[in-house]
Design a protein around this ligand. Sequence first.
Ligand SMILES: [Zn+2]
Length: 155
Amino acid sequence: MSATHPVGVAPSPWTAGQRLVLAVLLVVGVGGLLAGYTGTSGTLRVGHQVVWIDLAGAALLVSGAGVILFLTAGRRAIGQRRLGLFGNVVEGGAAAALATGVAAGDLVSAPTMTKYHRADCSFVAGKAGVVAASAAGHEQAGRRPCGVCLPGGDA
Ligand SMILES: [Zn+2]
């Protein structure tokens, strides 16, 4: 994964081997369909046609499975890349909140914020000057509950 690529262009999530396997499986699928078509055309014997239709169906299944595996591998690679770039946002937010001395169940906000949040909400992760208070205390200070973490207990 140390291959160089142009700046500003994301590297492909697929390896060259994965792309080659996909290409081979797609060729198998198209080839199976063409073989099925040519095998069934020109004959009226159903027993003869069924064999070619089965072949075409099997080729379609194989290439379809290849496409599914290809997309799954790409999605997995993108997820790994995202984890490497941003880390686990949910666990990181909770750890950052706990590092400031705020308990996990507290309702927190900062003086410059207009909303109050649960301590593990990602909107307060890494914010400086976060303090805990009761819901009434935050409301008295003119803050509204966060619509994402729903600190009012609606979750
Ligand atoms: Zn929130």
